[in-house]
Design a binder for this molecule. Structure first.
Ligand SMILES: NC(=O)c1ccc[n+]([C@@H]2O[C@H](COP(=O)([O-])OP(=O)(O)OC[C@H]3O[C@@H](n4cnc5c(N)ncnc54)[C@H](OP(=O)(O)O)[C@@H]3O)[C@@H](O)[C@H]2O)c1
Length: 365
């Protein structure tokens, strides 16, 4: 009963969507396929639900989540899925709906929708499953909003080219900095000026660990244990502490600002595992601090660096900070929380609004 519309041939046999311009107009629907229903996916759906009246009145569109996929299930309703029912199904069965009888990329291709919102886990090696999801969306003429760093770190240029080729938009604000608009800020800095260098604290987990080593005189292992206890580090923190997460983020920023075309594999990366409490204390005594700094200059690097405490980049705890060094106007810094479900969802909604604006000509991007 709950998913009565899901497996009808009508749902599957839908032809590829026509250009989204068909839906432009006052309070037109914007049909969303959501891939991933974890921390971010749920937050995004909740935000859409809560903001629907405002989106209609301020931006002239009504979002409608017509399909959701998680790792094992699928739900579809062309009239728009009901969040409360999906949450109940997920809580009861662990899935958003029954098992799909075909690959997720085929579901994405064949569902009539305007945009794919991609929030599946980041995979730094293959970019999958997100890479296939994003490709399938572009080829079936859907815009994409994603917070998934994997596809961007591996195939930034190719994916942007594929989006252009298919005449659709590709947005990924939530992939760097959660709800802090680092990419938009960087783009603004580079409009009418040249960004010659970027330096950033891009991983909240590492920053939390280094801050606690400093404040509580802990060694790396103990500070990591504390970060795990307080929910700032994953059970397996490898990709954070070895610098990979920062590496993928600096490659995304540099590609976004057209400073570099490097993939994540080309970033010279050193993590914080070998930082000793003696190094941290020594820096502290000199009015400095050890931070994991990602840099885009002649090359892209990630490494622990001793920086002055009064440098605006020197944030504490789980914060991100990025400094854009501009040729004419000097350095500019953006600081904010780098993760979180509702925060990241807000970036994704901003992307969705921008896409909508570009469809009806109310924004220039
Ligand atoms: N959490 C944050 O603060 C944050 C901030 C910025 C960016 N991000 C990025 O956002 C993405 C999602 O993060 P999250 O924290 O929401 O992760 P999460 O809680 O682990 O949720 C991941 C979701 O993806 C689903 N999934 C896994 N494999 C799939 C597949 N092959 N096909 C379809 N769905 C699949 C999972 O299904 P099940 O529910 O069945 O397991 C789950 O619903 C990641 O790429 C992450 O790097 C997260």
């Amino acid at each position: 009963m709950l998913y009565r519309q899901e497996y009808t041939e009508k749902a599957w046999a839908t032809t590829l969507p026509k250009a989204s311009k068909d839906h432009v107009g006052s309070s037109a629907p914007m049909r969303v396929v959501l891939a991933g229903f974890g921390v971010v996916g749920r937050s995004f759906f909740e935000l859409l639900r809560d903001k629907t009246p405002e989106l209609a009145s301020r931006y002239g569109f009504v979002p409608r989540v017509v399909a959701i996929v998680d790792s094992t299930g699928y739900a579809f309703d062309e009239k728009g899925l009901d969040l409360a029912r999906i949450l109940r199904a997920k809580a009861k069965t662990g899935k958003v709906g029954p098992a799909a009888d075909r690959p997720v990329k085929d579901i994405i291709s064949r569902t009539e929708a305007d945009v794919l919102v991609e929030a599946t886990p980041t995979n730094f090696r293959s970019g999958e499953p997100g890479l296939s999801h994003v490709r399938a969306a572009f080829i079936s003429k859907k815009h994409v909003v994603t917070c998934n760093k994997g596809p961007l770190g591996i195939a930034f240029q190719a994916l942007n080219e594929l989006a252009r080729h298919n005449g659709v938009q590709f947005r990924y604000s939530g992939a760097v900095g959660g709800g802090t608009p680092i990419l938009d800020f960087g783009k603004t800095c580079s409009t009418g000026d040249d960004v010659t260098k970027i330096t950033g604290i891009l991983n909240g987990t590492c920053n939390f660990i280094l801050t606690r080593m400093e404040q509580d005189h802990l060694d790396f292992r103990d500070a990591l244990g504390l970060a795990q206890k307080e929910g700032y580090a994953e059970k397996d923190p490898t990709l954070d502490v070895n610098g990979y997460d920062s590496a993928v983020k600096i490659s995304i920023i540099a590609n976004h600002l057209k400073i570099s075309r490097a993939t994540v594999a080309e970033v010279k990366t050193k993590g914080i595992q070998a930082v000793s409490s003696a190094e941290v204390s020594d820096a502290l005594a000199k009015g400095k601090a050890v931070r994991l700094v990602a840099t885009a200059d002649n090359e892209l690097t990630v490494e622990p660096v001793v920086i002055p405490r009064d440098d605006p980049l020197c944030v504490s705890g789980p914060y991100n900070a990025v400094k854009f060094h501009c040729r004419s106007s000097g350095p500019k810094v953006i600081v904010g929380k780098g993760a979180g479900g509702p925060e990241t969802a807000s970036s994704m909604l901003r992307d969705l609004i921008e896409i909508r604006g570009s469809m009806d000509g109310t924004t220039k991007k």
